[in-house]
Design a protein around this ligand. Structure first.
Ligand code: SF4
Ligand code: SF4
Length: 84
């Protein structure tokens, strides 16, 4: 599937452990990435400082669902299931 541009769920719901410009320790789950702009687009898309994890993330129906709300819910649940 193609990413629903402007969704932003994968930049808010999950925790990211690698450094992000402006968030040197990464970000906790549920916290909006500081690089997400007001249109829910990544301000550093395609730039080398964008975390590799973000660059590798691919939109799939399993994770992104059919709506932005569903994506947020699915990713939040995935995050909770993968906590140790
Ligand atoms: S959760 Fe999926 S649809 Fe939403 S921004 Fe991320 S990749 Fe795109
Ligand atoms: S760096 Fe960009 S793609 Fe990665 S979480 Fe932040 S806004 Fe999203």
């Amino acid at each position: 599937m193609d990413c629903r541009l402007g969704c932003g769920a994968c930049c808010i719901a999950p925790s990211i452990t690698s450094p992000i410009p402006g968030m040197p320790d990464g970000k906790p789950a549920g916290v909006r990435c500081v690089q997400l702009d007001e249109n829910n687009l990544c301000k550093i898309f395609g730039q080398p400082e964008r975390p590799l994890l973000c660059a590798r993330f691919v939109a799939t129906v399993d994770v992104c669902g059919d709506s932005d709300e569903e994506a947020f819910w699915l990713i939040t649940n995935l995050e909770a299931d993968t906590q140790v």
